[in-house]
Design a protein around this ligand. Structure first.
Ligand SMILES: Nc1nc2c(ncn2[C@@H]2O[C@H](COP(=O)(O)OP(=O)(O)OP(=O)(O)O)[C@@H](O)[C@H]2O)c(=O)[nH]1
Length: 401
C-alpha cells in the first residue's frame, strides 16, 4: 500500500516533471527517425571514446594507488587476489593503449556503427570484467576503492550510454550484480548497506538516463525542426511561388557554377531564353487568373521537354522562362528547342488574340557560352536571339551569333 503510493508519487515526479516537455505536439516522420538513428550512432561513437578514457584512467588509478601505498611503506591489502587484479588491470590498460595507438581512434567509429545488440554484448563483456575487478578489490578489503570504482563506472557509463538503454544496462547490470553474486557465493553474507547503496545507485542511474535521453530526444527534435524550416526557407528562396520551378536566384547560381566548371567540361553550358508570345493580349482577353494557369501549363510542358537531371528550367521573370543545358552541343540544344516548341503547341491552349496562331505559342533564343564570356554577355546574346525570333514572326527559335 505505502510502497504503491511511493511508486505512484515517484512516477508522477519522473513523468510530469522531468518528461513534461516531451508532450509537445511533434509529428514523427521517417526522416526524423533516420536523423535520430544517425545521431544515436554518432553519440555512441563518442561514448566509446569517452569510455576508453574512463577505462585508461581507472586502470591507471588502480595501478598507481598500489605503487603509492608501497612507496609510503604501507601494505596494500595484498595477497594473490590483489596480484590478479594488478595483472589483469595492466593487461587491460596495455590492450586499450594498443587499440588507440594502432587505429588512432578510428575503431571507435567502426564499433559505434555496429548493431545495437552486438554493442550491448561488448558492453556486457566489459561490465563483467569491471564487475570482477570490483569483486576482487572488495574481497581484498579495499571497500572504499571498490565502491568508488563502482560509482565512477556506473555514472561514467550513464554519461556515455544514456542514448541506448540496452547498451547502458548491458554494462551496468553485470558491473552491479557480479560483485554481489560472487560475494554471496564466496564470502556470505552480503552487507545490507552495500545492497542499499546499489539500489540507490541504480535508481539514480535510471532517473538520470530518463532525464538525459529526454533532453537528447528534445535536441534531435529541435535539430529536425530546424532542418525542416531551413529546407522550407531554401525552397521559398529558390523557387517561384506560382509555377514551383526554380526562380531567377537559383538560375543565376546554377549558371555561375556551370560557367566556373566549364573549363573542365567538354561542352560549355547553353541557355535557351523563352518568351510566351502575345501574353499581354492573352491576359487582356482571358483575365489574369487564366494567365497564371497558362504559365503553369507552359512550365509543365517545359519540364517535360527538358529531361536531363543536370538541366534546369527556371522562371526568368513574368512570362519569360529560361532553360540551362549543362552538357550538350549547340545542335543538341536546337533539338531540345524543337521539342519545347512541340510540347507547347501540343498543349493547344486557346489564344484567340494571338497574331501567330489560334493557340499559345512561344519564341526562343539559344546561346552557348564562350570561354571568357560573362554571364551578362551570354544572356544578352540569348536575348538578342530571342528578339530575332520575335521579329521573324514568333513561334520559332534562333541561335545567337
Ligand atoms: N497572368 C500573369 N501575367 C503575367 C505574369 N507575369 C507577367 N505577366 C504579364 O505578361 C505580359 C507580358 O507582356 P509583354 O512584355 O508586352 O509581352 P507579350 O505580350 O508576350 O508580347 P511579346 O513578347 O512581344 O510576344 C504583361 O501583360 C504582364 O502583366 C504572371 O505571373 N501572371
Amino acid at each position: 500500500m505505502v510502497f504503491g503510493k511511493i511508486r505512484t508519487l515517484l512516477k508522477a515526479v519522473i513523468d510530469d516533471y522531468i518528461l513534461q516537455l516531451a508532450r509537445v505536439n511533434f509529428r514523427e516522420t521517417p526522416e526524423y527517425h533516420a536523423l535520430l538513428v544517425r545521431s544515436t550512432r554518432s553519440a555512441l561513437s563518442s561514448a566509446i571514446r569517452w569510455l576508453w578514457l574512463v577505462g585508461v584512467t581507472c586502470s591507471s588509478f588502480i595501478l598507481t594507488q598500489r605503487e603509492i601505498l608501497s612507496l609510503e611503506g604501507m601494505q596494500s591489502n595484498g595477497g594473490p587476489l590483489s596480484e590478479y587484479v594488478h595483472r589483469a588491470t595492466l593487461f587491460f590498460l596495455v590492450l586499450l593503449l594498443v587499440f588507440a595507438l594502432l587505429s588512432r581512434f578510428h575503431w571507435a567509429k567502426h564499433i559505434g556503427a555496429l548493431k545495437n545488440n552486438m554493442l550491448a554484448a561488448g558492453f556486457a563483456f566489459l561490465g563483467c570484467y569491471w564487475g570482477l575487478v570490483i569483486f576482487f578489490m572488495s574481497a581484498n578489503q579495499q571497500i572504499i576503492f571498490s565502491m568508488s570504482l563502482y560509482f565512477i563506472l556506473i555514472f561514467s557509463s550513464l554519461a556515455a550510454l544514456y542514448v541506448s538503454a540496452l547498451c547502458l544496462y548491458s554494462f551496468v547490470v553485470p558491473v552491479t550484480l557480479l560483485p554481489l553474486i560472487a560475494k554471496l557465493i564466496y564470502f556470505p553474507p552480503v552487507n545490507v548497506i552495500n545492497v542499499l547503496g546499489v539500489f540507490v545507485a541504480l535508481f539514480l542511474v535510471e532517473t538520470g538516463r530518463r532525464m538525459l535521453s529526454h533532453w537528447f530526444i528534445q535536441a534531435i527534435r529541435q535539430e529536425y525542426t530546424n532542418q525542416t524550416y531551413a529546407a522550407a526557407l531554401d525552397e521559398i528562396a529558390h523557387s517561384d511561388p506560382l509555377t514551383r520551378i526554380a526562380n531567377r536566384r537559383q538560375f543565376d547560381g546554377r549558371l555561375n557554377k556551370l560557367i566556373t566548371l566549364a573549363p573542365l567540361s567538354n561542352t560549355p553550358p547553353t541557355v535557351i531564353l523563352i518568351d510566351v508570345d502575345y501574353f499581354k493580349k492573352y491576359n487582356d482577353r482571358y483575365g489574369h487568373l487564366m494567365g497564371d494557369e497558362c504559365l503553369v501549363s507552359v512550365t509543365q510542358a517545359l519540364t517535360r521537354a527538358v529531361r536531363n537531371a543536370g538541366d534546369l528550367v527556371a522562371r526568368y521573370g513574368g512570362e519569360e522562362f529560361v532553360v540551362v543545358l549543362s552538357d550538350v552541343t549547340l545542335e543538341r540544344a536546337q533539338d531540345i528547342a524543337v521539342r519545347i516548341k512541340t510540347e507547347i503547341n501540343s498543349l493547344a491552349i486557346p489564344h484567340a488574340a494571338s497574331d501567330v496562331a489560334d493557340h499559345v505559342t512561344i519564341s526562343q533564343g539559344i546561346a552557348q557560352w564562350r570561354p571568357g564570356e560573362s554571364v551578362e554577355k551570354l544572356l544578352s546574346r540569348a536575348d538578342s536571339a530571342l528578339y530575332r525570333s520575335k521579329e521573324q514572326g514568333r513561334n520559332r527559335f534562333s541561335v545567337a551569333d
